[in-house]
Design a protein around this ligand. Structure first.
Ligand SMILES: Nc1nc2c(c(=O)[nH]1)N[C@H]1C(S)=C(S)[C@@H](COP(=O)(O)OP(=O)(O)OC[C@H]3O[C@@H](n4cnc5c(N)ncnc54)[C@H](O)[C@@H]3O)O[C@H]1N2
Ligand code: MOO
Length: 469
């Protein structure tokens, strides 16, 4: 990972052309021939290897501006993801706040330690069917009457014992009497008076339809690993094993603001207006990745308003959309470059989404400044937000899936990674139409975002893909 700290700035860095307190930038021109076996993305990151997570807190404003001007180079997309994961992990660990949560409050939280079973599973010998517990070959003599439920009486708990030639009525899940050698299902038995026989077409099999203590898991077996996002299925297993309290990290809280005076919330947009294409679904996407939305709001394009909101945003992760460009009216960029104490990226070598800003705000908060262009905002969100959440919560880095590319994609003219909305046809990713960064029709049709490397990819090549859920 490329890390540069202002404090360690005096060390000369290989490959730097010039330095500002040791932080220097060298942009390798895209047309430079690549050494054998190197990818264009290697070149990009190699050229900028000292541009990365850098602490800028405490710098004088002028030094900060110089640093940012020089560091406003495109960082490799994969490296930005790795650096973001690491920074989010640092912040998550520094806050160190696993909590003991009641199981019913734990859904969607992330376990901070492995959870083991306090009991063997199953924890007692029981019948898997309604019928008769028996011992020895049939016929058998019933030694107990069936019991009937009434009130709070738990008839599954009734215990007893049988000997060879004896039968005992059982229910699915009830304790087997001592001496049981097998269970005869009720529909496979004929009962006359106190005599029970197996029907001729269902001969008795000893050992059948019994649930053995510990056959699924031993006591102490791991039920869920540390770092597991507890879903309904995990909660079911934990409940079945008698777990009442789990040690888990609470979800990462997210504050979201959507900027743009031209953005309208409802109805058909007029010329000069756009209909907000983010706020209806971004919070849901984030919740699906394990976040808790603490704030969502629309903000006017007003420097002071945006700055004030960022200062007070309470989320562990602060997300803004729009204003990420470099014009005098793009306040989000100006404010984040001023406020961030550490910057992972001010520009990413990815298309769409290159103006995305990734950094750390005072108060141990992460920030993503997403572009306003609708496809770019989505590709940045899908590419970065799950990584931030995973790092923060101590989960593993979200996996990319792979697919076979369904057609040639030429090298990128700007040596950037392309996130291409693709339809999945079995294992074949076919690029969609309608994927310029202001368009959404390709994304709506797509199943994945194919990660096309800067050098392009050929028909039939296996490539990474970001899932779109
Ligand atoms: N001179 C340059 N201009 C632009 C560049 C560049 O490199 N040089 N980059 C372009 C790219 S790429 C992007 S992406 C955008 C980044 O724009 P901003 O993040 O500053 O966003 P805005 O200017 O506020 O908006 C851009 C676009 O998106 C629409 N928008 C904004 N919010 C929403 C929303 N909630 N729902 C739907 N659409 C939204 C907004 O109306 C604009 O059309 O800059 C390019 N320009
Ligand atoms: O990079 Mo822009 O973010 O292509 O739309």
């Amino acid at each position: 990972m490329a890390t540069a700290h202002v404090g360690s700035a005096s060390r000369p860095r290989p490959g730097s052309l010039h330095g500002t307190r040791g932080i220097s930038v060298r942009d390798v021109p895209a047309q430079t021939p690549l050494p054998r076996g190197r990818r264009a993305s290697d070149r990009l990151e190699q050229g900028h290897r000292h541009v990365g997570r850098r602490r800028i807190a405490g710098l004088r404003r002028r030094d900060r501006r110089t640093l940012l001007r020089e560091s406003n180079v495109r960082r490799d997309w994969t490296t930005v993801r790795e650096d973001l994961y690491e920074l989010a992990g640092e912040i998550g660990r520094s806050l160190d706040r696993p909590e003991n949560l009641r199981l019913e409050d734990a859904l969607g939280t992330t376990t901070s330690a492995p959870i083991v079973s306090p009991i063997p599973v199953p924890h007692f010998e029981s019948s898997a069917m309604d019928g008769y517990a028996v011992a020895g070959p049939g016929p058998w003599r019933l030694v107990s009457d069936p019991v009937r439920s009434s009130g709070e009486r738990n008839i599954h708990r009734r215990s007893g014992s049988i000997g060879v030639g004896e039968a005992w009525p059982v229910l699915t899940g009830s304790v087997l009497p001592q001496g049981t050698e097998g269970v005869v299902r009720i529909e496979h038995a004929e009962t006359r008076g106190t005599t029970v026989r197996s029907l001729p077409d269902h001969p008795y099999n000893p050992g059948r339809d019994m649930r053995r203590r510990g056959e699924e898991m031993e006591r102490g077996a791991e039920l869920v690993a540390a770092g597991t996002v507890l879903g309904p299925r995990h909660v079911a297993l934990l409940a079945a094993c008698g777990i009442d309290v789990v040690s888990a990290r609470r979800p990462m809280s997210v504050s979201m603001a959507f900027t743009g005076n031209e953005v309208i919330d409802s109805g058909v947009p007029q010329p000069g207006e756009v209909r907000d294409a983010f706020s209806a679904q971004f919070p849901h996407l984030l919740r699906g990745w394990g976040a808790d939305i603490s704030e969502r709001t629309r903000l006017h394009d007003d420097h002071d308003v945006i700055r004030e909101w960022i200062s007070w945003a309470s989320g562990d992760l602060v997300i803004l959309t729009g204003g990420s460009g470099s014009s005098s009216q793009d306040f989000v960029r100006q404010i984040l470059e001023d406020m961030c104490t550490e910057l992972v990226a001010t520009s990413i070598a990815v298309r769409p989404g290159h103006p995305t800003i990734v950094g750390r705000l005072p108060g141990d908060r992460l920030v993503l400044g997403l572009p306003g262009n609708p496809l770019a905002a989505h590709t940045s969100l899908y590419g970065l937000a799950p990584v931030a959440l995973a790092g923060f919560l101590g989960r593993t880095m979200p996996r990319l899936r792979t697919a076979v590319l369904g057609r040639d994609v030429p090298p990128s003219r700007k040596a950037v990674t392309t996130l291409a909305p693709c339809v999945l046809d079995d294992d074949v990713a076919r690029p969609c139409a309608g994927t310029r960064s202001h368009m959404l029709s390709g994304l709506a049709a797509a199943d994945v975002l194919a990660v096309i490397p800067p050098e392009g990819a050929t028909d039939g090549q296996r490539i990474d893909c970001l899932p779109l859920d």
